[in-house]
Design a protein around this ligand. Structure first.
Ligand SMILES: *Cc1c(COP(=O)(O)O)cnc(C)c1O
Length: 405
């Protein structure tokens, strides 16, 4: 048995903690929006590593940066600052509402920092008792104990002992419920401008505006979790720009590093001031290697050409999915923003998103699910028209197979 063949899906069950159930194929190589597995099968990638591979696989600019920074300086710790981190922070400040940046390594860590910061800010400015965090059902904010408890799926936070307290979950996009829940005791509101894991559900314009207004009225901070919607995914650098509603804190991860682990929490100078020396930190956060790669990702993405491609490919996707639906009547709705799209299965196919995903893989296409009944697409932001067309053709074969049983 060759060394190569000794690595199969079966090995996963022998050596890995069983918290995941990965697919049977083992991908070994990627280029652009194509991926090849250990047996040489080729796939069109509409999954993008769950909205992470914003520039596809092995983008030449990212490879060049990784190689250059990789032979210069990888890691220092935050005992020293470094050029790539400061440069990236300056870029993020210059291109968003933010005045200050904190770097972390994952979405959960950026959210954890945001949640600790809002609690500390409220304590400093208003004293004890202003602790309530309002969040939303079906929301997803990561898997640390604080972030998973703020997330809106109790199944993910139950069974680990006593949870962080003073967290309330409301139905998303429900203005009345929100008006009833917020008060001067509210410390912060955390929301995704468009829920990702929860099923690709954009905030209603009126809802998000009301949330902002009532946060202002009650001196509560507004946190936008843009871990999934950020870094150009929706056709703007950050999704809040679509709504014209500015948060007090914003978190970014996933697509920010395009596959290299890096995250950022953005905020104002006033809010940032509560994160004084020693109050929070991370050994790896803001390391030069991660920040150099993220700089390249943002430099490529935050251009009119790439953001226009997101909109053009989005329109192509929607038209293609609608055409498939006209033929097979499998979706209730195709929704989303930019290249974060969801196709909600119709009544006859409720609960079968995973079956569609498996049929797609068999047809040579990688896609995602968002809950049991939504098929999710989060391809590279620089995917070509031809790759979208080829991927949709393969998706149609998968849908036909599901419909025909
Ligand atoms: C993926 C995700 C997270 C968690 O990010 P990790 O890098 O897995 O910790 C948090 N919030 C949202 C909206 C996400 O989609």
């Amino acid at each position: 048995m060759s060394e190569q063949n000794s690595v199969t899906r079966a090995l996963f069950d022998e050596v890995m903690v069983p918290n995941y159930n990965p697919a049977d194929i083992v991908p070994v190589r990627g280029e652009g929006s194509r991926v090849w597995d250990s047996e040489g099968r080729e796939f069109v990638d509409f999954a993008g590593g769950i909205a992470v591979n914003s520039l596809g696989h092995c983008h030449p600019a990212m490879v060049a940066t990784l190689n250059a920074q990789g032979s210069q300086l990888w890691h220092l710790s935050n005992v020293f600052t470094n050029e790539p981190a400061l440069k990236l922070a300056k870029t993020l400040v210059d291109s968003t509402f933010a005045e200050r940046v904190y770097f972390a390594n994952s979405g959960a860590e950026a959210n954890e920092a945001a949640l600790k910061l809002v609690r500390r800010y409220a304590l400093e400015h208003y004293g004890e008792g202003k602790e309530q965090i309002i969040a939303f059902k079906q929301a997803f904010h990561g898997r640390t104990f604080f972030t998973v408890t703020v997330g809106g799926q109790p199944a993910y936070s139950d069974g680990f002992g006593p949870k962080p307290g003073a967290i309330d979950h409301l139905p998303f996009n429900d203005i009345e419920a929100f008006e009833a829940a917020i008060s001067d005791k509210t410390c912060a509101v955390m929301m995704e401008p468009m829920q990702g894991e929860g099923g690709i559900i954009p905030a209603d314009q009126a809802f998000i505006e009301r949330v902002r207004a009532l946060c202002d009225k009650h001196n509560a901070l507004l946190i936008f979790d843009e871990v999934q919607t950020g870094a150009g995914r929706t056709g703007k650098l950050y999704a809040y720009e679509h709504f014209g509603v500015v948060p007090d804190l914003l978190t970014s991860a996933k697509g920010l590093g395009g596959g290299f682990p890096v995250a950022a929490m953005l905020t104002s100078a006033k809010v940032a001031a509560s994160l004084k020396v020693g109050t929070h930190g991370s050994t790896y956060g803001g390391n030069p290697l991660a920040c150099a790669v993220a700089q390249t990702v943002i430099d490529v993405i935050n251009t009119p050409e790439v953001l226009a491609n997101v909109e053009a490919r989005s329109a192509q996707f929607r038209a293609g999915l609608e055409a498939i639906n006209a033929k097979y009547a499998v979706f209730n709705e195709v929704r989303g923003m930019g290249l974060l799209l969801g196709a909600e299965l119709s009544e006859a196919y409720q609960g079968r998103a995973r079956d569609v995903l498996i049929a797609s893989a068999e047809a040579g296409l990688m896609c995602l699910v968002a809950g049991a009944s939504v098929v999710r697409f989060a391809p590279s932001l620089v995917i070509s028209e031809a790759d979208v067309a080829e991927g949709l053709a393969r998706f149609e074969r998968a849908v036909a197979q599901i419909v025909q049983g």
